[in-house]
Design a protein. Structure first.
Lengths: 325, 263
């Protein structure tokens, strides 16, 4: 009895990187607590014994597998509820993303448990887990203590490092679940990607990222011109991707890509946490924003308070001149 | 058909948000306002009503919060809600996400809404998850961060961005949906609507009125205690340039980039 359970998300036969990080973290903490770390997956035929066995190398002992709808939170709540009822896990950990938030919170409601989201660090104190969450624009860190026999931890993306521990194949255990009626009242019509061209921002050394401050889709031309002379690519925020101004494949952040270029230059981006988590590993961060109080200045190496419409064209010319000279 | 919109009062955007060290809770003494993300939920309700594909008879704004939270309800009504419900009780103070969602679900149970709409996040707690908790208690299908909402086959067809791109999900009613801020451009309230807001029906409910089990709410009923804080690791402050003369600014940027061999 006892132990840590980690939800592992997958898509088209591949396990999610943040979930693997959560398994690695769960296994480390389980070691400190002297319990096991298990994983749980929900989906279809691509969840093979072979694929799931690989979770053992990140530290998972057992993998509970249930057949069910993919990409929706509520069926997973039913599965985890059943796994905990049968096996008595005391903690559930999720890597970052979106589904983990929905599953974790719904599970807290189902099992009358405590939940902490956006967790960047977990520590063991007195035989219990304490979850640490940056709050209020990352200006403070809140430490969550859990009461009762279940604590739910939803990580921030990229918070938990993926680590192979060299363990053997995990044991796969099939779970039969009677899904709640309301879990069957949502159906996936279409899942994943879409919205625009297939661009590659993950391999670029230089990224010029544009946000809502560009004002309109055409505003991205300013970013493309600068990226052109710097030899880089153009990236975007969710706000502008949702608005249809730029392709999803170029989005940085919680539900987009994680990048770590040599230079990341933001134009008209406020610096929301969900964007920051995808680019804070960049070597040099430059931001142009007309609002001196924009959160992005809190984590920029060079911040320019000003109008991007004035600065970007001149910057492009100046870089061009510098390169030519 | 009835739509309930959950709205919250938060510290105004202009107020620096901080934790009151004596209580370990949000300092709510400054200027407050309706959570800006919730205006998108109200607008979504208005568009469902005006769209005509669903016969929406009533939009009800619901909040849980202290006395001052009535102002968030007045604002919600000025933006289009027909009436409002204020769940308020000392026993509810200090509730975590699970307890808050439970309490709100109890208040909603009495209303039997066909659709419950929420904002994508509150501007203070930023937990993103109240919708998922409410849905679990109401035993209703649910989705968060929805940026496109259409009535299809008597249910809602929802689009949202998740970890692998854009998903389209069909949910039947009743359903609990939190909407992303890209879903719409909220309208401004008319002067007439602002003036009339206080005259629209407002019901005040205590925890007992809503049938809430007091042992499951408040600081004591909450399963997670988040009252302990520490400072994040210090980070060296970056260089800031105020752009007064753009030619000079650009020269400085180029020099900065060049020094780091980024050009
Ligand atoms: C679950 C979830 C997942 C999310 N995932 C992501 C994600 O993966 N990636 C992501 O980016 N976001 C994500 N978000 C959204 C995120 O919270 C922000 O809403 C988004 O990043 C804001 O985009 P923005 O900076 O372009 O727009 P805004 O926040 O609107 O900022 C625009 C900025 O432009 C500035 N500006 C305006 N005009 C000018 C001008 N002329 N010159 C200079 N500056 C100007 C303004 O001062 C402002 O700071 C997510 C949110 C949630 C809840
Ligand atoms: C800095 C900070 C960190 C916190 N961290 C945690 C934590 O890790 N775990 C935890 O369990 N609690 C936490 N809390 C407490 C939590 O914020 C409260 O329980 C709060 O009442 C609900 O969360 P939220 O406002 O963040 O909701 P969100 O889930 O961000 O809000 C989404 C939507 O729910 C609706 N809504 C939210 N609150 C109400 C309300 N009172 N009345 C009506 N509608 C509402 C609105 O439509 C809103 O747009 C934290 C609080 C603060 C101030």
């Amino acid at each position: 009895m006892g132990g840590i359970l980690v939800y592992v998300l997958h898509y088209e036969g591949a396990l999610n990187k943040n979930s693997l990080g959560a398994v690695s973290e769960g296994a480390k903490l389980a070691g400190e607590l002297g319990v096991d770390c298990d994983a749980v997956v929900v989906g279809g035929g691509d969840l093979t014994n072979e694929l799931l066995g690989t979770l053992g190398s990140y530290g998972a002992k057992k993998v509970y597998r249930a057949e069910g709808a993919e990409g929706l939170a509520q069926p997973v709540i039913d599965v985890i509820d059943k796994v905990i009822a049968d096996n008595g896990h005391n903690y559930v950990i999720f890597g970052g993303g979106l589904l983990g938030f929905e599953i974790g919170a719904g599970l807290a409601a189902r099992r009358n448990a405590g939940v902490t989201m956006e967790v960047t660090n977990v520590v063991v104190e007195g035989g219990k887990l304490i979850a640490e969450r940056p709050i209020l624009g990352d200006s403070q860190i809140s430490r969550s203590h859990y009461k009762g026999d279940l604590g739910i931890i939803i990580g921030r993306i990229n918070a938990f490092e993926v680590k192979e521990t060299g363990g053997g194949a995990a044991e796969v255990v099939d779970v039969q679940v009677d899904y709640s009626p309301w879990s069957n009242q949502a159906t996936m019509v279409q899942r994943g990607e879409q919205r625009g061209a297939d661009v590659n921002i993950e391999d670029a050394d230089v990224l010029v990222a544009g946000g809502r401050g560009l004002g309109k889709a055409e505003g991205f031309q300013l970013c493309e011109d600068l990226a052109g002379v710097l030899g880089g690519a153009v990236a975007a925020t969710r706000a502008v991707v949702d608005a249809g101004w730029y392709p999803y494949a170029a989005q940085i952040g919680q539900t987009g890509k994680s990048v770590a270029p040599k230079l990341y230059l933001a134009a008209g981006i406020s610096g929301a946490i969900q964007h920051k988590v995808g680019m804070q590993a960049s070597e040099h961060i430059v931001a142009i924003n007309k609002d001196a109080n924009a959160p992005i200045f809190e984590f920029s190496d060079l911040g320019i308070v000003g109008d991007l419409n004035k600065i970007l064209p001149k910057l492009t010319e100046a870089v061009k001149a510098k390169k030519g000279g | 058909m009835k739509i309930c919109v959950l709205v919250k009062e938060v510290p105004d955007a202009a107020v620096e948000k901080r934790i009151d060290p004596s209580t370990g809770r949000m300092d709510r003494s400054g200027e407050k306002n309706l959570n800006p993300y919730d205006t998108h939920a109200i607008e979504a309700a208005m568009q469902l009503k005006e769209g005509g594909a669903l016969q929406v008879d009533e939009i009800v704004a619901v909040t849980m919060g202290p006395e001052s939270a009535v102002r968030a309800l007045h604002k919600a009504v000025s933006l289009g809600a027909d009436r409002s419900i204020h769940l308020t009780d000392a026993a509810l103070a200090g509730s975590d996400v699970a307890a808050t969602g439970y309490a709100l679900a109890k208040a909603l149970e009495k209303e039997q809404p066909d659709v419950v709409l929420l904002g994508q996040q509150s501007d203070d707690g930023e937990c993103y998850t109240i919708g998922a908790v409410v849905a679990e208690h109401l035993k209703a299908p649910s989705l968060t961060q929805v940026i496109k909402l259409d009535v299809v086959d008597g249910g809602l067809r929802c689009e949202r961005q998740a970890e692998y791109g854009y998903d389209t999900v069909q949910v039947s009613l009743p359903a609990v949906i939190s909407v992303g801020d890209a879903i719409n451009e909220p309208r401004y309230p008319s002067l007439k609507a602002i003036m009339g807001a206080k005259k629209k029906p407002l019901e005040t409910a205590s925890a007992a009125d809503a049938g809430i089990d007091a042992s499951l709410v408040g600081g004591d009923g909450s399963r997670v205690q988040c009252g302990e804080f520490k400072a994040p690791p210090a980070k060296a402050a970056g260089t800031i340039i105020e752009d007064e003369d753009t030619d000079a600014t650009v020269e400085q940027i180029v020099a900065w980039l060049d020094e780091r061999k980024l050009i």
